[in-house]
Ligand binder design. Structure first.
Ligand code: PLP
Ligand code: SF4
Length: 354
């Protein structure tokens, strides 16, 4: 594998000792980093992403995504360990078959950087997909012809070696030639050096292949990340982006418009804008859902190329629903009532007063 990439992973900053001394830490950051609370999402950031962060402003939108604070230990009573309810849809280990025509495979729990707002935080600690687990998932997919699409997720699939990743993709392609394969990865944002010519040429032979990345802020679009996207696009991989709506980071019309416009210019279609899931210790990142709906109404004037779907994963396994002015079935005592795709009513807290 490319030297640049190995260097990026090896030089990852994963403890307070490795942070450059010029980094001025706030009380809340210091106190987490000195003694990470048990069970917390690990701390790790690439030197590249850290270089984009402000050294002295703890409220910097990029810094907040990578430097943990003690606010992560504040749990709300309605926050959940498995906010998406994935566990009840496990078809076999690591394969989540929630929707009829697509299944999601958790290929690793590793990420180049651990995003502080991550809502798959409970999948950390399960290591990588073994050959046995891959065989089980492939067999399941072979027996379930209704699955037309496989999503490789995690963790971050692009932390796997090129060979391992292409083996996984080929294993599915071998049993079902027409399968669409999609990779969910934040690597283009946090470690664009990983998008090497070697990786791109191995993936380039495996169409139809889609890559869904996660740019949350216009400052994440740099010469390095633009170059990574250009390489992927040049090899024929189709690029989409999902943005997580994050309080105080990107919850303004101007920030989102600039982000979406820049992505489209680079050939990346904004796919989803996600309302924050109810993962434990993430309330400081959640914009109120009513505020989100107001913001989305403003975004609806933008070109269709720029406009993602605003969606939320209903707590407790209700699945994704697209939020628009017609989505809410009314509210009751601080909760919004939302209808799932199956027509069942789920509750989502309004959190307006925070
Ligand atoms: C989000 C998700 C998908 C993908 O849904 P799309 O709307 O197609 O992007 C598939 N499976 C699971 C379990 C998911 O959480
Ligand atoms: S890259 Fe994705 S899975 Fe990994 S920490 Fe970030 S949001 Fe979570």
């Amino acid at each position: 594998m490319d030297q640049e990439y190995n260097k990026g992973m090896k030089e990852r900053i994963s403890s307070i000792k490795k942070l450059p001394p010029c980094f001025k830490l706030s009380e809340e950051e210091l106190s987490f980093l000195h003694k990470p609370p048990p069970g917390a999402l690990p701390f790790a950031v690439t030197p590249y992403y850290l270089s984009l962060c402000s050294k002295d402003d703890p409220d910097d939108p990029l810094r907040r995504q990578c430097i943990p604070t003690t606010r992560e230990s504040k749990f709300k009573e309605y926050e959940l360990e498995d906010p998406l309810g994935d566990k009840r849809y496990l078809a076999c280990t690591r394969l989540v078959h929630r929707y009829r025509d697509r299944a999601l495979l958790l290929v690793t729990d590793h990420c180049a950087m651990y995003c502080r707002h991550c809502f798959r935080r409970s999948s950390a600690g399960k290591g990588r997909l073994s050959s046995r687990e891959l065989n089980l998932a492939v067999t399941y997919c072979k027996e379930h012809n209704e699955i037309k699409e496989i999503i490789l997720s995690g963790g971050d699939p692009l932390t796997l070696e090129d060979d391992r990743l292409t083996d996984i993709i080929r294993a599915f392609r071998t049993i079902r030639e027409e399968l669409v394969i999609r990779i969910h990865s934040r690597i283009p944002v946090v470690l664009p050096q990983r998008i090497t010519s070697g990786l791109v040429s191995s993936l380039g032979g495996l169409h139809p292949l889609w890559l869904v990345t996660q740019f949350n802020h216009p400052r994440e679009i740099t010469p390095e990340s633009s170059e990574a996207l250009a390489r992927l696009a040049a090899s024929g991989i189709i690029l989409l982006n999902q943005t997580v709506l994050l309080k105080g980071i990107n919850d303004s019309f101007e920030t989102l418009e600039l982000l979406f416009r820049s992505l489209v210019r680079l050939g990346v279609k904004p796919y989803y804008l996600f309302q924050g899931d109810l993962a434990r210790g993430t309330s400081h990142f959640r914009t109120s859902i009513l505020e989100g709906l107001r913001l989305y109404r403003k975004l609806s004037n933008l070109s269709g190329l720029l406009r993602p779907m605003y969606a939320v994963d209903l707590p407790g396994g209700g699945g994704k629903v697209v939020l628009d002015s017609g989505a809410a079935e009314g509210s009751l005592a601080g909760w919004l009532k939302l209808k799932s795709q199956e027509g069942k009513i789920y509750r989502y807290p309004v959190e307006e007063s925070q």
